[in-house]
Design a protein around this ligand. Structure first.
Ligand SMILES: NC(=O)N[C@H](N)C(=O)O
Length: 274
């Protein structure tokens, strides 16, 4: 551990006069972790990382029903890791929101800036360092890869949201669109991380109720989101975790686009009880 002061909480709490707990929610069907709650005292540190801290915003809870973990990751200049992952079963998606990270995946190095996306297959050697002058912030989403006999493992991907066209959802005339980093027809993948964009006034017009679990991190804008039987106001910086079959819909009520990073488990059979 090079610099111990980095690992101490720096303060950064809301003032004693302010109560920000009203929007945080944890229910059987969903959780809302609003941005005001990502304070210094709720961070995690991880083995083999330097000058890095993580807000764990999703993790498998029951050990069976939930599929993924998601971290908001913060790496100071000069920080990073030569051994970021310790679980050979874990595949990862990285998505940069601030600053710049240098990522080497299977010996190939790329620099990712805001909007940068990396898919790192399970069992792949990778390294990540912040060689820039600013603190870097990125999402790190991990899922145990479900291999299927007869299907090859997917290869690494490095992309940016600027080079992937958003595709309008059917019959919405662009009011609701999705940016897909992975071809939905590529069944080697068992998780998708996409960007969903709703234009002002755009809606998800019915309560989607499906087996896929979600992590939703709001990148931009404001909306009211239907989570199970509740309508919840959300804005940029908030996180929502939705269990399988949690009904969900949305109304983008802010003056600008509403965009979120969406995790979804896909393309696999469900385990059966024997
Ligand atoms: N809440 C969502 O954005 N859900 C997506 N339509 C989805 O499940 O793909």
């Amino acid at each position: 551990m090079s610099d111990r002061s980095y690992y101490a909480p720096k303060g950064g709490l809301p003032p004693q006069t302010q109560l920000l707990t009203d929007r945080a929610m944890f229910t059987d069907a969903y959780a809302v972790i609003p941005k005001g709650t990502f304070s210094d005292i709720v961070t995690s540190f991880l083995p083999f990382w330097d000058k890095a801290r993580f807000w764990v915003i999703a993790r498998p809870l029951s050990g069976f029903a939930e599929t993924f973990s998601q971290y908001i990751s913060e790496v100071e200049p000069g920080g990073g890791s030569d051994r970021p992952e310790i679980d050979p079963a874990a595949q990862s998606v990285l998505f940069v929101v601030e600053g710049e990270i240098t990522v080497t995946v299977a010996g190939k190095t790329d620099i990712l800036q805001p909007g940068g996306y990396a898919y790192i297959p399970a069992g792949t050697e990778w390294q990540l360092w912040n060689k820039g002058a600013e603190t870097a912030r990125f999402h790190w989403i991990r899922k145990a890869y479900q291999a299927v006999p007869g299907l090859d493992a997917p290869e690494p991907l490095i992309l940016s949201d600027k080079e992937v066209a958003a595709v309008s959802m059917p019959d919405t005339n662009g009011a609701w669109s999705t940016t897909r980093f992975v071809d939905p027809a590529d069944l080697r993948h068992d998780m998708h991380v996409t960007i969903v964009t709703l234009q002002p006034g755009g809606v998800i017009p019915f309560a989607e109720t499906h087996v896929m679990e979600h992590g939703l991190y709001v990148l931009e804008g404001k909306a009211v989101y239907r989570l199970n039987q509740d309508w919840v106001e959300v804005e940029a910086g908030d996180f929502m975790w939705l269990r399988a079959f949690c009904p969900q819909a949305c109304y983008a009520g802010g003056p600008g686009p509403f965009r979120y990073l969406l995790y979804k488990d896909v393309n696999r059979h469900m385990p059966l009880n024997r």
